[in-house]
Design a protein around this ligand. Structure first.
Ligand SMILES: [Zn+2]
Length: 220
């Protein structure tokens, strides 16, 4: 009999034996050992994004989406491996410059169906961990319009959906003196982030930085 198993349900077999095993080398006791973490930091390159809009903020990322970093992001996002939030935040922290102490981390909102299906708002969790390391605040300034699901949509549809994907929460007053750190997991077409940046700029924010776990090599 054939069983079709969605990759969202696959568990690392080593996790059945030990609580965690390093996703890089398999050593037991941690989900990402210091050695594998340092290798990612040492080997990271700075991907160049092309065709960015004018006045687009600086973009910071750990690396291109490939190898172990890709495995970690996939595991975090689709297998809801919460323990990776800390490790990915540590990797981000090592990849970022200093920010003003009153900067605010703004997670790009995740599609609510995905949060329900995965049991985890991975971008918000990542934002909280990064903010904790940097002693910054997190604010959910951006709200996602419903019915803007990106997974599976083709590039053209995604670009069209992204333009109307976000609005600014009416509970929030943006401050033009504060740096807003817009955080998302992966830059694929960049459509979501471009739309989010535009929304904040239209609301009067001028100090924005863009932070991503990784950039898909497809879109460089
Ligand atoms: Zn390792």
């Amino acid at each position: 009999m054939n069983f079709i198993v969605k990759n969202t349900t696959i568990l690392n077999p080593l996790d059945l034996i030990a609580p965690h095993s390093c996703r890089g080398c398999g050593c037991l006791g941690t989900i990402l050992c210091d050695c594998c973490k340092n290798n990612i930091i040492k080997q990271r390159s700075t991907p160049n994004l092309k065709n960015l809009p004018k006045k687009f903020p600086s973009v910071y990322t750990i690396d291109q989406r490939s190898g172990l970093l890709d495995t970690l992001i996939h595991d975090f996002k689709y297998n809801s491996t919460r323990a990776l939030a800390t490790k990915l935040a540590e990797l981000l922290n090592a990849s970022l410059p200093d920010f003003p102490p009153n900067s605010i981390v703004v997670p790009l909102p995740t599609v609510s169906q995905h949060i329900r299906a995965r049991g985890l708002d991975h971008t918000l969790l990542l934002a909280k961990h990064l903010a904790k390391i940097r002693h910054l605040k997190v604010q959910k300034i951006l709200i996602r319009n419903k019915n803007t699901v990106q997974v599976g949509a083709n590039r053209k549809t995604r670009l069209a959906q992204a333009k109307s994907a976000y609005f600014i929460s009416n509970k929030t007053k943006v401050d033009s003196n504060i740096t807003y750190i817009l955080l998302d997991d992966v830059w694929t077409t960049g459509a979501s982030m471009k739309a989010a940046v535009k929304k904040l700029q239209q609301a009067g924010v001028s100090k924005i930085v863009v932070v991503l776990l990784a950039i898909s090599s497809l879109d460089q």
